[in-house]
Design a protein around this ligand. Sequence first.
Ligand code: PHE
Length: 350
Amino acid sequence: MSQIQVAQSKLETLKKEALEKIQAAPSSQALYQVKVEYWGKSGHVTEIMKEMAALPKEDKPGFGKLVNEVKQALEEAYVKAEDGLKVKEIEARMQSEELDLTLPGVPRAVGSEHPVSSVTNEIVAILGRLGYSLRQGPLIESDFYNFEALNIPKNHPARDMQDTFFVDQTHVLRTHTSPIQVHVYQSEKPPLRLIGTGAVFRCDSDISHLPHFHQIEGICVDEKVSMADLKGTISFFVKEFFGASLAVRFRPSFFPFTEPSAEVDCQCPICKGNGCSLCKQSGWIEIGGCGLVNPKVFEQSNIDTSKWQGFAFGFGIERMAIIKYGITDIRLFPENDLRFLGQFVTGGAL
Ligand code: PHE
């Protein structure tokens, strides 16, 4: 055999060997090893090029071409085999990892309105239907807005009613939403129907009191406003909020900024007046304070008391939620435990 024939048959043998190994490779990794072994940088087929040096000059180009053809054929076979192996490997992985693509996904927790927010929004919507619109005020109030303009003078015992957090000598964390009406009187002219709402602060904490809670207050200023209007408005509100015709009663009380003043009770929405643990067997539940705006408050804000009268009522929002949902401990509201909050989600659990 001539030199070129020897080299050609060697190449043929290598090609045959490599093709067999490509077909037999059990994995894409094993397949890659075949490539390295035969036509990688120092593979057998690549190495055979060295034999070219010993070939007669006229045989060199033909042999070089042949080597390249073999490499190309091996590469094509490799790509084909690799495709097949990869599909098999993915299928095997899917089986061994037991990935069931038909299983439903893991649902993400969906946030919801805090019950204090939803009760606030509900009350604002009910009063909105009576023509009341929303106002807000600062959480830190001067002594003037929180007390003096509301007819609670310095050193007056009425200040004891509201356990106050003082920020400094003349500023407090507002103890109620009533100062909002003073801000409004200074910037708007009657007739007025407004709702003041937001956080209020009192130095008090137990099963039914929080140092940081929320109030909602309704104010109506108009000509010829009477206790009958106040009672009608609150009765309508109670019916709309609790969704039942519950009796409302007024007990005489005292607030410096209203005269006359009353505490508002409504029939217990849980037992409908028969007596239960929420209403302490009395059949009635206190929901807030109210009264006709004291003319002294109007005078402070230069509102003509011979023309304008007003009524005001104020409710604790957590308290309204407690009554509506039968909650036993007011401290659950600020804890933000999702197991508690999730019970108020409409349209699905948290
Ligand atoms: N501001 C009073 C309080 O917090 C509630 C109230 C509002 C009473 C309006 C009468 C009229 O105690």
